[in-house]
Design a protein around this ligand. Structure first.
Ligand code: SF4
Ligand code: SF4
Length: 444
C-alpha cells in the first residue's frame, strides 16, 4: 500500500513567475536559496531522495560555521546541478510546501537557479543536444538503415569511448535506439472502435494520442499496443495530427524560452482537439506531467493551456475511469504472473493513485509488486559522464527489489527508467511498458 508522506494539507503550487523581473534577479535568487537551504539543513527529511540534499548537507557540515552562512555562495550551484526535477521532495516529503508559511518549493527554486544559469551561459553543447529530442530524432531517423547502423554503432566500445571523450556521454549508459519507421509513420488505427463513443466518468471515449519524442522515434511499437488496447475497450483512438516535444527536457535544462516556443507549437493543436471532443493521452508520464502541471504553472492565464490540462490523462488513469464506469473489457486470455513494477516519479507526483497497478491487477493470476523508488534515470542524468555513477547508486534499491523478486516481467510507465533498471538488474533482460503487458493479457 502507498504511504502518505509530506504535508497533511493539499499543496497549493504557485505559478512560476518567469515573466517577472525579480525571477531573474541573481541577488534575490541567492537570498532565497540561502533561506531554503537553511530550512532544509534543519530538516534533512529528503536526504535519501537524490544527491542534491546530501550535496547541500556536506557543504554545510564541512563549512567553518557548520551552518548555511558558512557555505560559499559560489557553491550553491553544486546543489542545483544534482536536481533533475523529479518533484518527489515537493510532493511526497516536504511539510513546508504552500499553504505553509515557509512556502518551500524546492524543485521550482532549483528551476529558477537553472534558468538563470542557462540565460547567462547558454548551457553546454552536449546538454543542448541531448535535450533537443525532437531535432535529434528527426535527424537520426533520416539516416538510411539507422535501425542497423547507428544502433549497432552505439554498442561498439570504440565509438562509445569516443562519444564519452568528445561529448561526455557515459560509455556504459544504454542509449535510445532509433527507427526509421517512426510511431507517427506506422500508427494505424483499425477504426473498429465505435465512432459514436460513450462518455462516462469524465471521459469522452475518444482519445487523441500524443506520441512524444521517445514514443515516436525510439519505441514506435508502443503505438500499436495503445491502438489494440484502447480499441478493444471501445475507445476511439487517433493520432494528434502534428506535434513537437512537450518541453520537459528543456525545462529541466532551464531553457524556458525553448519551453515557451514548444508550447506555442503544441497547445493550439491540442486545444483544437479538445474542442472537437477528444481527451488527450501520452505514453510517457513526464510528458503528461508537462501538460498537467508545468505548462499551467508557467502560463496560468492562458485559457488554451488550462483547457489542455483538464483534458490530459495518464493512459491507465483513463482505462481505470472506464473500468469504474463498467466499460473495461475484462475478458483476459493470458495471465501475467509476477510483475515488478516501478512507479515513475513523474507519475507518482500526478496524484492520481496507482492506476497502472490497479488495471494490471485485474488480470487473473497476476501479482503486481510496486516499487515506489526513483529509477535514477531522470532525463539525461543517467547518461551524462559526471552523473552516471550517482544515477546507478540511486537505482540500486529498485534493482535489488527486482532481483529479489525474480519476476516474469519488469515494467515501468517510463520507458527510459525501464531500460535503465533492466540494464542494471540480473534477473530481467527487458523492461516493458505496462500497455504492452496489458495487450499481452488480452491476447491481442
Ligand atoms: S526535485 Fe527530485 S531531484 Fe530535485 S531536489 Fe527534489 S527530490 Fe531531488
Ligand atoms: S525540501 Fe522540505 S522536507 Fe525536504 S529537506 Fe527541505 S524542508 Fe525538509
Amino acid at each position: 500500500m502507498s504511504q502518505r508522506e509530506g504535508s497533511l494539507e493539499a499543496p497549493t503550487r504557485h505559478p512560476i513567475p518567469w515573466q517577472e523581473d525579480h525571477f531573474w534577479d541573481e541577488a534575490d535568487l541567492n537570498h532565497e536559496l540561502e533561506r531554503v537551504y537553511d530550512i532544509c539543513h534543519g530538516c534533512r527529511r529528503c536526504v535519501s531522495l537524490c544527491d542534491a540534499f546530501p550535496t547541500l548537507f556536506d557543504l554545510v557540515d564541512e563549512s567553518e560555521t557548520m551552518e548555511v552562512d558558512g557555505v560559499d555562495v559560489a557553491d550553491y550551484g553544486k546543489v542545483v546541478d544534482q536536481c533533475y526535477m523529479c518533484d518527489l521532495c515537493y510532493m511526497t516529503k516536504c511539510p513546508y510546501v504552500p499553504p505553509h508559511e515557509w512556502n518551500i518549493d524546492f524543485p521550482h527554486l532549483m528551476l529558477r537557479a537553472k534558468a538563470q544559469t542557462y540565460k547567462k551561459t547558454g548551457g553546454r553543447f552536449r546538454d543542448n543536444l541531448l535535450t533537443s529530442t525532437d531535432a535529434m530524432g528527426k535527424a537520426l531517423t533520416l539516416i538510411p538503415l539507422v535501425d542497423v547502423t547507428t544502433n549497432a554503432l552505439n554498442k561498439t566500445g570504440l565509438f562509445r569511448n569516443a562519444l564519452e571523450k568528445t561529448l561526455g556521454v557515459h560509455r556504459d549508459a544504454p542509449l535510445p535506439e532509433y527507427h526509421r519507421k517512426t510511431l507517427r509513420k506506422r500508427f494505424n488505427p483499425t477504426g473498429n472502435a465505435p465512432q459514436a463513443t460513450q462518455a462516462l466518468e469524465g471521459t469522452t471515449g475518444k482519445v487523441a494520442f500524443y506520441a512524444t519524442c521517445y514514443g515516436n522515434y525510439t519505441t514506435p511499437d508502443l503505438g500499436d499496443d495503445f491502438i489494440k488496447v484502447f480499441e478493444h475497450n471501445n475507445i476511439r483512438i487517433e493520432l494528434v495530427p502534428k506535434e513537437a516535444c512537450c518541453g520537459m527536457p528543456k525545462l529541466e535544462l532551464g531553457d524556458l524560452d525553448a519551453v515557451a516556443k514548444l508550447k506555442e507549437k503544441n497547445i493550439p493543436v491540442l486545444a483544437r482537439l479538445v474542442d472537437e471532443g477528444f481527451d488527450l493521452i501520452a505514453p510517457i508520464p513526464s510528458c503528461v506531467l508537462m501538460y498537467k502541471q508545468e505548462l499551467p504553472l508557467m502560463f496560468p492565464n492562458d485559457p488554451d493551456v488550462l483547457k489542455v490540462k483538464d483534458a490530459f490523462f495518464d493512459p491507465f488513469e483513463y482505462l481505470y475511469l472506464r473500468h469504474k464506469g463498467g466499460q473495461l473489457n475484462l475478458d483476459f486470455k493470458a495471465s501475467l504472473g509476477d510483475i515488478s513494477y516501478q512507479v515513475a516519479c513523474h507519475l507518482r507526483v500526478q496524484n492520481i493513485g496507482n492506476k497502472t497497478r490497479d488495471v494490471l491487477s485485474l488480470v487473473p493470476e497476476t501479482a503486481v509488486h510496486t516499487i515506489e523508488r526513483c529509477s535514477g534515470h531522470d532525463g539525461t542524468y543517467a547518461v551524462k559522464k559526471e552523473t552516471r555513477d550517482k544515477s546507478v547508486k540511486i537505482a540500486r534499491p529498485v534493482v535489488k527489489q527486482v532481483d529479489t523478486k525474480q519476476p516474469q516481467h519488469f515494467a515501468s510507465d517510463c520507458p527510459m527508467a525501464a531500460v535503465h533498471i533492466a540494464n542494471l538488474a540480473e534477473s530481467v533482460d527487458l523492461g516493458a511498458h505496462p500497455m504492452t503487458l496489458l495487450r499481452m493479457a488480452y491476447g491481442l
